[in-house]
Design a binder for this molecule. Structure first.
Ligand SMILES: NC(=O)c1ccc[n+]([C@@H]2O[C@H](COP(=O)([O-])OP(=O)(O)OC[C@H]3O[C@@H](n4cnc5c(N)ncnc54)[C@H](O)[C@@H]3O)[C@@H](O)[C@H]2O)c1
Ligand SMILES: O[C@H]1[C@H](O)[C@@H](O)[C@H](O)[C@@H](O)[C@H]1O
Length: 341
């Protein structure tokens, strides 16, 4: 047991409980050493049957628990900054769910704190980079066969949003995935954003601006549009079509068998991210555990997390003002690779 990477999981809600299960049953080389959630019953439920996992209501107690050598943060976004800084203070490697820190100033403080350590400790949970279809698209765009990408058309639909979801969160929580994916696929920073607001769906909670149509401009002159619709009611759909100079490539069409029966033909549509991205989460957490055990940090960096928050913050301003808003990114410190790596 001592050879296994002991992980403290912070937050035992939808994502945290699923990561606890994954660390315990799916991923090789790790074990759940501690779980913290202010809701102790939820933490206890998540670790039920897992030998040697302690339960806490405070972050610090979980980080200092016996056997903890790494941290997986799955608490709500606004709690991430404090947790990341507490992990850095103990030089513990971290996998932090997106958004790294929802506000750009807080995200930059995290980058600066990590840069002061002189080495990376954090991987950010942008799991699209571990999804087989996204990886295939990235390979296709990088090998240049289709020519330069001119546009990305993206769709991001959820069946329904959690009760406390705000209009800003369509951008800084949901579209944060497309922001990271676009920077990674294009290998370019996003420099400006505009948001159009169709009439809200009758299926969305009163006052929520849902759906939204978000358009990003990249430093190389590409355009990225994202339809985000978090109360579509009919399925979890994430698509991306790259339109390039000599061809186009699309991912995210429904998978599984096409069933024809009784005069209809169709396939199942996943109902949430835990189904659609199950393999990606598994690969993401396995890659984190493998790298951490080798003393390395790979995957999306804290600077990627910061860039996503800065672009999203500009997006929220664009949503609120109706204006096109430029993105002003702080310079990328030394330990961080450029967009697209
Ligand atoms: N990568 C993805 O596709 C994906 C999917 C869903 C959620 N997420 C992210 O995962 C995180 C958690 O989302 P969720 O859907 O599991 O939320 P959730 O509301 O289901 O669970 C959050 C849990 O954190 C607990 N909590 C609150 N403050 C805390 C703190 N300071 N320390 C520890 N725990 C705390 C809450 O009691 C709750 O149990 C968010 O950052 C969210 O954006 C990512
Ligand atoms: O926090 C979740 C998560 O990031 C999902 O992957 C996304 O589809 C949802 O829109 C968001 O609310």
């Amino acid at each position: 047991m001592s050879d296994l990477l002991g992980v403290a999981v912070l937050g035992a809600g939808h994502m945290g409980a699923d990561h606890v299960r994954r660390l315990d049953r799916v991923v090789n080389g790790a074990r759940v050493a501690a779980v913290a959630d202010p809701d102790a019953a939820r933490a206890r439920e998540a670790v039920a049957g897992i030998e040697g996992a302690s339960v806490h209501t405070e972050t610090e107690a979980a980080l200092d628990a016996p056997g903890v050598a790494a941290v997986l943060i799955a608490s709500p976004g606004p709690a991430h900054e404090e947790a990341l800084l507490a992990a850095f203070a103990r030089e513990l490697p971290v996998l932090c769910e997106k958004p790294m820190v929802p506000d750009a100033a807080g995200a930059l403080r995290v980058v600066e704190a990590e840069a002061r350590l002189g080495r990376r400790l954090a991987q950010i949970g942008f799991m699209r980079r571990y999804d087989a279809e996204y990886r295939g698209l990235k390979t296709l765009l990088d090998d240049g066969r289709l020519g330069r990408p001119l546009m990305l058309h993206c769709v991001h639909r959820n069946v329904s949003s959690p009760p406390d979801f705000t209009s800003a969160m369509l951008i800084d929580s949901s579209v944060s995935h497309e922001i990271d994916a676009a920077r990674w696929l294009l290998g370019q920073e996003l420099t400006a954003v505009s948001v159009l607001r169709p009439r809200p769906s009758g299926g969305a909670p009163a006052g929520l601006l849902d759906p939204q149509f978000v358009v990003f401009e990249s430093e190389g002159g590409a355009l990225v549009d994202v339809e985000v619709f978090v109360n579509c009611g009919f399925g979890y759909q994430v698509r991306c079509e790259a339109v390039c100079e000599r061809g186009s490539a699309r991912i995210g069409d429904e998978r599984g068998p096409l069933v024809t029966t009784a005069g209809t033909a169709g396939s199942e549509v996943p109902q949430d991210y835990l189904v659609r991205f199950a393999d990606a989460y598994d690969r993401e957490v396995q890659a984190w555990v493998d790298a951490t055990r080798r003393g390395r940090v790979t995957g999306p960096s804290a600077y990627d997390g910061y860039a996503a928050s800065a672009v999203a913050e500009a997006g929220v301003t664009a949503l609120e003002t109706g204006r096109r808003v430029s993105v002003d990114l702080a310079p990328r410190p030394d330990p961080y690779p450029p967009a697209g790596r």
